[in-house]
Design a protein around this ligand. Structure first.
Ligand SMILES: [Zn+2]
Length: 60
């Protein structure tokens, strides 16, 4: 391969455009952004536990 390796879109593999490097288009760029945002935005919180939450049956 005498040619220097062209960067390709990590999402779809199409040749990347200099404008959207390393992606091939704005669509892929946005998609990737959303991808990792979706992961990062996930707030690590405690699992929803119903422990201790009241029983509706209260004496009688
Ligand atoms: Zn792409």
């Amino acid at each position: 391969m005498p040619r220097k390796s062209d960067p390709s879109c990590p999402l779809c593999g199409a040749p990347s455009a200099p404008e959207f490097k390393p992606f091939c288009s704005r669509g892929c760029k946005d998609r990737d952004l959303l991808n990792w945002l979706g992961d990062g935005y996930r707030i690590p919180g405690p699992p929803a536990d119903n422990q201790g939450v009241a029983s509706e049956d209260e004496g009688g």
